[in-house]
Design a protein around this ligand. Structure first.
Ligand code: SAM
Length: 232
């Protein structure tokens, strides 16, 4: 992990509803570096926070990023159009992931799934783990999956950590003790608090319903888990 490298490459990116946190993004790019990934496939763009971070981090490298969502929001597509290392796909990733994997059989591919979630997410990860170097899954932390109001199977964390390919999760103490501090301002912003560097959240966020969930994941986050294929 090199937070210095991350900080030098990724400009301060405003938090976003549904977006990954910085300790989670740092882990994701570090796995891409570790496995010398040529192509990163991302499922779940939404407001584009993770996509923007990935594009900035890899901007000087030949790594290709393919990001997809069921619907790409016009403003998000426009914001991301500056990145030449990115191809956006408006599609169902359950169909697009195999298509892309078959195009890049001679390359090292990483897969990041941040939608769908829960059982569908784990099914996708298990289906393609042997075709890629690793699969990263967002929102698989114990505290998040057990307390979320999203329609996610409450056993998702348990199913992830008991999968024989799972290797790491950002909520592990050796990692979170070191890097959770990166998330504090972002989670405070998500909780609707005043954070000097960003305008206050005004998207109709239901703080009464969601703050108890975010309180449970402060400061370590939603949990980004990584599964790695067997060595050949
Ligand atoms: C939490 S958001 C992604 C947030 C983003 N990764 C970030 O960090 O800013 C989840 C997204 O996954 C998308 N999604 C869910 N199922 C999908 C599928 N089968 N194919 C493509 N996108 C999907 C949803 O439309 C939603 O926009």
């Amino acid at each position: 992990m090199s937070y210095e490298k991350y900080k030098a490459r990724v400009p301060d990116t405003a938090p976003a509803n549904g977006g990954i946190l910085d300790s989670e993004a740092l882990a994701l790019v570090s796995f891409c570096d570790l496995y010398n990934i040529d192509v990163l496939i991302e499922s779940g763009v939404f407001l584009g926070r993770s996509t923007e971070i990935l594009c900035n981090y890899f901007i000087e490298q030949p790594l290709e990023i393919h990001s997809m969502d069921l619907r790409i929001i016009g403003e998000v597509s426009e914001k991301l159009s500056v990145f030449k290392n990115l191809t956006l796909h408006e599609c169902d990733s359950t169909e697009k992931i195999p298509e892309l994997i078959s195009l890049f059989t001679d390359k090292k591919v990483g897969l990041f799934i941040d939608g769908p979630k829960g059982s569908l997410q784990l099914d996708l990860a298990k289906k393609y783990i042997n075709d890629v170097e690793f699969v990263a899954l967002h929102d698989v932390g114990k505290e998040y999956t057990e307390n979320t109001l999203e329609n996610i199977n409450k056993d998702t964390h348990q199913e992830f950590i008991t999968w024989d390919k799972s290797r790491f999760i950002t909520t592990e103490s050796w990692y979170s003790d070191e890097y959770s501090c990166l998330n504090e301002d972002q989670i405070n912003w998500l909780r609707g608090r005043d954070v000097d560097k960003w305008p206050k959240r005004d998207d109709g966020y239901d703080s009464a319903a969601w703050n108890p969930v975010l309180d449970k994941i402060f400061p370590f986050g939603f949990g980004l888990g990584v599964a790695v294929k067997d060595e050949e």
